[in-house]
Design a protein around this ligand. Structure first.
Ligand SMILES: Nc1ncnc2c1ncn2[C@@H]1O[C@H](COP(=O)(O)OP(=O)(O)OP(=O)(O)O)[C@@H](O)[C@H]1O
Ligand SMILES: [Mg+2]
Length: 451
C-alpha cells in the first residue's frame, strides 16, 4: 500500500483529503504544520507528500525544498490558492511534481497522485545512464565529438592526418551535422593547436564589411574606418581561419579570396603594404557547391583551392547507431549546463529517437534533449516531454534555413526566397513583399543577393 503524507493546518481539509485517499486505497499519515510534516517525512518514509502552501511557521515552499534535499525522488504536490501564478512558478522551480489549485475535485487529486507515483515507479525501474558499463569516461567531455558509425570513424582517421599537415579543408554537410565542431577538432588536435583559431561567418556580413573583416582596412578607406583594423587573416596568424557558410560570399570577394590562397599574401582594404598569409583555411558549407558552380554562383578555381581535402559529414539519419551515445553525451552536457539531474532514459525512448529522421541533424537532437530535460519533473527523460518535428512540416526549401540570429538575417532569407519564387521578376517580388522597387533594389544590394 502506498503511503501518503498530508500536511495542512486546516483540519477540515485534512479530514476530507484523508477520507478521499483512504477510500482510494492509500495509507495516510498527517501533520498540521510544516515542521511536524518534515519530521514525519524523515521518520515514516512516505511515497508522496501533499502539502498546503499557507501554514503558520514553515510554509509549503520551504517544506518542498527541504524534502528535495532529503530525497529527490519523493514527489511533492502543493496545494495553492486559486490563480496564484507567482507561487505556481516558484513551486515548479523548486521541484514540485505538480500543484493543485483550490478548490480541486477528487478526480483531479487522484489522477495527479497516480501520475506522480507512476513517475517514481518508472524512475526506479531504470538505471542511470552514466554507469560505467554504459559509457566511456571520455564521452563526458564537453567538446567531444561522438561517433562510432563507420563513416564517422573514417572521418576521425582523416582528421588525424590533416591535423598534422596544414592543408586547406572543405567541410560539407547538412545543417547541424557538426561542421563547426569538426573544424575545431582539426584545429585543436594538431600542429595549429597553440595558434589562433579565427571564425568568420560569411553569410552575416555585406560584401564591403566582409572584405574589411577578412583583410582589415586602413584608416579612412571608407566612412566608418576611423582607425586601422587588422583583418581575420592577419589575426589567424599561423593558425586556422574558419570560413563558415562559404557559399554565401559574393563573386567579387571570391576573386579576392582566390588571390590570397594563390599568392599567400594580401593587402588591407585601402592599404598598400602586403601582408603574408600563413593560416590554414577551413571552409564549411551546407550547400552543394558543385551545383552553385554550374549556376555560375561559385568559382570553380576557388572551389578546388579550398577542397584540397574534403570532409563530408553524413546526415544523422544515415548514422542512427550514434544516436544513443549522442543522447547520453547531451544529457551529461546539458544537465551540467542547466544544473539538472536527468540521468535516466528508457530503452523505448531511445528507440523512438532512433526512428526519427532528424532533418535538423545533431543540433535538432540536442535541442530536443534540452527541451525534454527542462520539462522533466524527475530524473527520467520521459517520452511525453519529447517533441519531434515531423517531416511534413519541412519543405526542402525550409531545410536550408540557416539559424537566424537577427531580424536582418530573416529579412535577407525571406527576400531571397520570394525573389527565387518569382524567378527574380523584381516587379512581381516588390508587389509580393509590398515594398517599392527602389527599396527592393537597395535590399538586394545590402544583402548581396544574387540570382
Ligand atoms: N558528433 C557530435 N558529437 C557531439 N556533439 C555534436 C556532434 N555533432 C554536432 N554536435 C553538436 O551539435 C550542435 C551543432 O553542431 P555544429 O554547430 O558544429 O553544426 P554545423 O554543421 O556547423 O551546423 P550549421 O550548418 O547549422 O552551421 C553543436 O552544439 C555541436 O556541439
Ligand atoms: Mg555551423
Amino acid at each position: 500500500m502506498k503511503k501518503i503524507l498530508i500536511i495542512d493546518d486546516n483540519k477540515l481539509i485534512l479530514k476530507t483529503l484523508k477520507a478521499t485517499l483512504s477510500k482510494a486505497g492509500y495509507a495516510i499519515i498527517e501533520a498540521e504544520d510544516g515542521e511536524a510534516g518534515l519530521h514525519l517525512a524523515r521518520s515514516e518514509h512516505p511515497d508522496l507528500v501533499i502539502t498546503d502552501y499557507q501554514m503558520p511557521g514553515i510554509d509549503g515552499l520551504e517544506v518542498l525544498s527541504e524534502i528535495h534535499k532529503l530525497k529527490i525522488n519523493l514527489p511533492v504536490i502543493l496545494l495553492t490558492g486559486f490563480g496564484d501564478i507567482v507561487l505556481t512558478i516558484k513551486s515548479i522551480q523548486l521541484g514540485a511534481f505538480d500543484y493543485l489549485e483550490k478548490p480541486f475535485s477528487p478526480v483531479q487529486l487522484l489522477s495527479t497522485i497516480q501520475l506522480a507515483l507512476n513517475s517514481v515507479k518508472r524512475s526506479n525501474s531504470l538505471s542511470e545512464v552514466f554507469r560505467k558499463d554504459n559509457f566511456s569516461e571520455s564521452m563526458l567531455e564537453d567538446n567531444l565529438l561522438v561517433g562510432k558509425a563507420p563513416q564517422m570513424k573514417e572521418i576521425f582517421k582523416n582528421i588525424g592526418l590533416i591535423s598534422m599537415n596544414k592543408v586547406n579543408v572543405l567541410i560539407q554537410g547538412d545543417t547541424g551535422t557538426g561542421k563547426e565542431l569538426i573544424a575545431r577538432l582539426i584545429h585543436f588536435s594538431g600542429i595549429t593547436r597553440d595558434k589562433p583559431l579565427v571564425v568568420v561567418n560569411c553569410s552575416a556580413l555585406t560584401e564591403t564589411l566582409l572584405e574589411s573583416e577578412l583583410f582589415g582596412h586602413v584608416k579612412g578607406s571608407f566612412t566608418d574606418s576611423i582607425r586601422d583594423k587588422k583583418g581575420k587573416f592577419e589575426l589567424a596568424g599561423e593558425g586556422t581561419i574558419f570560413l563558415d557558410e562559404i557559399s554565401e560570399i559574393s563573386l567579387n570577394t571570391q576573386v579576392k579570396l582566390l588571390r590570397v590562397i594563390q599568392e599567400l599574401e594580401f593587402e588591407k582594404v585601402g592599404g598598400e603594404a602586403t601582408i603574408p598569409m600563413k593560416a590554414r583555411i577551413i571552409a564549411a558549407t551546407n550547400r552543394n557547391l558543385e551545383k552553385l558552380i554550374e549556376q555560375g554562383k561559385f568559382r570553380e578555381d576557388l572551389y578546388y583551392r579550398l577542397k584540397v581535402f574534403t570532409i563530408s559529414l553524413p546526415p544523422l539519419r544515415e548514422r542512427k547507431e550514434d544516436i544513443r551515445d549522442l543522447v547520453i553525451h547531451f544529457l551529461y552536457k546539458l544537465n551540467k549546463r542547466f544544473n539538472r539531474n536527468v540521468i535516466k532514459i528508457g530503452e523505448d525512448v531511445i528507440e523512438m529517437l532512433q526512428k526519427h529522421d532528424w532533418y535538423g541533424n545533431v543540433r535538432e537532437l540536442e535541442n530536443t534533449i534540452l527541451q525534454a530535460i527542462i520539462m522533466s519533473k524527475n530524473d527520467v527523460l520521459e517520452k511525453e516531454n519529447i517533441t519531434l518535428n515531423s517531416r511534413l512540416h519541412h519543405t526542402p526549401n525550409e531545410l536550408q534555413v540557416p539559424q537566424f540570429r537577427s531580424l536582418s538575417d530573416l529579412e535577407k532569407y525571406h527576400i531571397k526566397r520570394i525573389l527565387d519564387e518569382v524567378k527574380w521578376n523584381k516587379l512581381e517580388a516588390s508587389r509580393v513583399l509590398d515594398i517599392t522597387r527602389p527599396t527592393l533594389n537597395a535590399k538586394i544590394e545590402k544583402y548581396n543577393l544574387v540570382q
